[in-house]
Design a protein around this ligand. Structure first.
Ligand code: URA
Length: 475
């Protein structure tokens, strides 16, 4: 048997360096014992030391594995280091293992990492410092009870946030102390070691009321995110019931404030209200009528209706989700970052945008105000169905041979059904306003992909779908 002695329960770097040598020598997992301080001291009697890596041997470790493994190492599962080594060795032997998320080892590793990630999120959200007087001036102390061993991993977050204060975070197993220059870790503490009341409480309460966003209020989700167990440490918890009661009125006030804070949007709205109205026919008449749409509440806060654009006799129609921030201001579909990417893909697929008609399932920008920023929100089924009124009229005028749904919202609009994009991709579906519908991903999905390899793969698949649309339209 080989014994590897790790310096602490979260000694990921120690594990990593030993594991690389062992995996390079293809040492089987069952002959290794990973020892941590929380295991018995006598564990190592009679074990061999780990060998160094054999000369010239290499170990292949995908970056995502290292990131997930670093998190999983902080989990309380006593077998975590065995699991990590088993996966590392299997990665050397099995092509494509890392992407097989149904594999029991990969599934377990990802589940451990997810649980730790969630615990870290809770710590960053729920640690509350209380002021104490010391000889060197004010210092701040917080009490927190993490589920996993996340103190070392998460404390740098607080260094970034509160670099100018001296603070300590006390937990039952570890404590972290920021001196203003160094971050040091020590043994655990008890709740009684941390102060329970101070003047900062009032400041936290004021802060919480000012950041409380009623438009995002989902009581069940809030309780899930802020479990009762943390409430005792949170000065703002006492305010929640009152804020919930007041939230509907506060939401309207916030949206009004944002609309006013966005002078460009306000000026464009006024221009539309004052513009002279001329008689129009066909698609133009539908467009004009849609400018006065009040079929759902989204018109109240958007700058304007963003109607479709393009060839009025196009054989190919593309339907997106809804206008984004740029489209809302410009009054035109797909002119922002997703639109530019879409244009490139069309060009690569040999489709001239001017020969197609491009529109959206929902014609008003749905967003949440955050200061002067407007954060995109997905339209719900009621909003999609209300706006189908306009999509149907556009399709009835244009009469395309094929409609392409860009993403799930457009797919619901064109077929009347909520279906996953991936399951429907590649099929020709019957549509409500167009006879034939195919679906591909929304271009903004391509903007959010994490790594170069996935980006290239998804880009090729997207362009492939557009080529197929061209062929179907011509057939
Ligand atoms: N995303 C869409 O779905 N439509 C647009 O017009 C812009 C971004």
């Amino acid at each position: 048997m080989i014994g590897v002695r790790l310096e602490s329960d979260v000694d990921f770097d120690g594990w990593r360096s030993a594991a690389r040598g062992l995996a390079a020598a293809r040492v089987e997992p069952h002959v290794i014992v990973w020892g941590t301080p929380s295991l018995e001291a006598g564990l190592f009697g009679g074990f061999e030391d780990a060998p160094g890596p054999p000369f010239g041997a290499s170990v292949h470790t995908p970056r995502a594995f290292i990131e997930e493994a670093r998190l999983a190492a902080c989990h309380r599962d006593p077998d975590r280091f065995d699991l990590l080594y088993r996966v590392l060795l299997r990665l050397q032997r099995e092509d494509g293992l890392w992407s097989r998320t149904v594999d029991p080892d990969i599934h377990r590793l990802l589940a451990l990492a997810k649980s730790v990630r969630r615990d870290r999120h809770k710590m960053t959200a729920f640690v509350r410092f209380r002021e104490i007087a010391t000889e060197a001036g004010a210092a701040y102390v917080a009490w927190f009870e993490p589920v996993h061993r996340i103190v070392e991993l998460t404390s740098p977050f607080f260094v970034d946030r509160f670099a100018g204060m001296r603070w300590s975070i006390l937990t039952p197993e570890r404590s972290a102390h920021w001196t203003g220059a160094d971050l040091v870790f020590g043994p655990g503490a008890t709740r009684g070691d941390a102060p329970s009341e101070d003047a900062l409480e009032a400041i936290w309460r004021t802060y919480y009321v000012s950041i409380f966003n009623p438009a995002r209020l989902k009581t069940a989700a809030m309780q899930r995110e802020m479990p009762k167990k943390y409430w005792a440490n949170l000065p703002e918890a006492a305010l929640i019931a009152g804020l919930v009661r007041d939230s509907a009125a506060q939401e309207s006030r916030m949206i009004d404030r944002t609309t006013k804070a966005h002078p460009r949007a306000a000026a464009i709205r006024r221009q539309h209200e004052d513009a002279p109205k001329a008689a129009a026919h066909g698609l133009e008449a539908v467009r004009e009528e849609s400018a006065r749409c009040t079929r759902c509440p989204l018109h109240q806060h958007a700058t304007q209706t963003v109607f479709g654009e393009g060839l009025q006799t196009a054989r190919l129609v593309f339907v997106g989700e809804q206008p984004g921030d740029s489209e809302d201001l410009a009054g035109k579909p797909f002119v922002g970052p997703a639109g530019r990417l879409f244009d490139r893909a069309l060009a690569e697929a040999g489709i001239a945008r001017a020969d197609a008609y491009v529109t959206n399932a929902v014609k008003h920008f749905k967003y949440l105000p955050r200061g002067k920023k407007r954060i995109h929100q997905k339209p719900n089924a009621g909003e999609i169905d209300a706006c189908r009124w306009w999509v149907d009229r556009e399709l009835a005028q244009v009469k395309p041979r094929l409609a392409v749904a860009l993403g799930a919202t457009a797919l619901r609009s064109l077929t009347g059904k909520s279906m996953p994009v991936i399951a429907s991709r590649g099929q020709v579906l019957p549509g409500l306003g167009a006879e034939r519908v195919i679906v591909t991903v929304h271009p903004s999905f391509l903007l959010r992909l994490p790594d170069e390899e996935t980006k290239q793969r998804e880009w090729a698949a997207f362009v492939g779908d557009l080529r197929r649309a061209r062929a179907l339209m011509e057939a």
